[in-house]
Design a protein around this ligand. Sequence first.
Ligand SMILES: CCCCCCCCCCCCC/C=C/C(=O)SCCNC(=O)CCNC(=O)[C@H](O)C(C)(C)COP(=O)(O)OP(=O)(O)OC[C@H]1O[C@@H](n2cnc3c(N)ncnc32)[C@H](O)[C@@H]1OP(=O)(O)O
Length: 308
Amino acid sequence: MGSASEFDPALALSHKFPDTTYSYTERDAALYALSVGVCLSDAVDADELKYVYHENGQESIKVLPTFSTLLVLRSGASGYNLPGLKYDPRLLLHGQQYIELYKPLPSSCHIHNKVSLAGLHDKGKAAILEIETKSYEKESGDLLCMNRTTVFLRGSGGFSKSSKPFSYTNYPVNQNPAVKIPESKPFSVFEDRTQPSQALLYRLSGDYNPLHSDPMVAKVAGFSRPILHGLCTLGFAVRAIIKCICRGDPDLVKSIAGRFLLHVYPGETLVTEMWLEGSRVIFRTKVKERKRTVLSGYVDLRGLTSSL
Ligand SMILES: CCCCCCCCCCCCC/C=C/C(=O)SCCNC(=O)CCNC(=O)[C@H](O)C(C)(C)COP(=O)(O)OP(=O)(O)OC[C@H]1O[C@@H](n2cnc3c(N)ncnc32)[C@H](O)[C@@H]1OP(=O)(O)O
């Protein structure tokens, strides 16, 4: 477990991350789509078949905006061993995800990633680390998307050298995924039952953390059984928003912010409530069986017409 003597924030902040690469094909995009519930309850769903099949002779499949979260996975190879930060990887939880999308994701692509440390905070009982990845299409050099991944390192706080807790951020406060949920009735509500094997399917997209598959690892981390990847829950929630508010058009999604509030067990039912505030959709996802909120955040949309 991390302790004050094992944390050197100055060393961590001065670290230069190496660039990384990632390549994917249509098969990867389709597998991902299935793993976040596409066509789960209706194999010919008119809004969703396009993510897994060349419907009506379409040239390529459409790619869900949350697929962008996979592009950063290779960044972890060096990120998990950041100089100046020693922590117990078994206690790591995904805390938040912030995504900006600049272009629709192609159905296959070679990616070049630029990685940096965007935040580091001492929360006493935990350390919070924010890794930013900008993903460029190799061929054109175009910036496709930016992901900011927040990891919550339980048991690794208390490293501040002064009485004021250490806190460093290099991005605007308005990109914080923590949101206030309106008290009014939601504009739309969507329910999806995850499969007991959901995490086993999702991990095939590249996040092989045993917390999501190994009962012993899950117990050490404090859970009765393996839990669902936070990004899988986020994928379900954003899919619900695309279905209910974007009329099935994934290209309307401009940015996504989510805070993981509680773990989800595969097999549980996710109920996503949505509120429209201008071009922003505020959302909250609850687990129906336990009546607990597990995720909240917002999705900013481009070109939303007023006829909703
Ligand atoms: C070292 C290098 C790493 C690099 C990694 C880069 C590569 C990218 C790979 C990333 C993949 C990570 C692996 C994936 C793992 C998972 O998917 S885990 C499953 C999904 N996540 C969860 O299930 C977590 C659910 N959330 C919780 O269980 C809890 O919210 C919590 C995170 C344990 C925190 O709860 P609690 O301890 O009760 O916190 P509080 O007392 O309420 O708050 C303390 C302060 O922390 C702030 N905070 C709270 N929650 C979060 C959060 N989710 N994200 C960020 N910050 C959070 C909170 O605001 C408090 O701060 P102050 O207000 O300043 O006091």
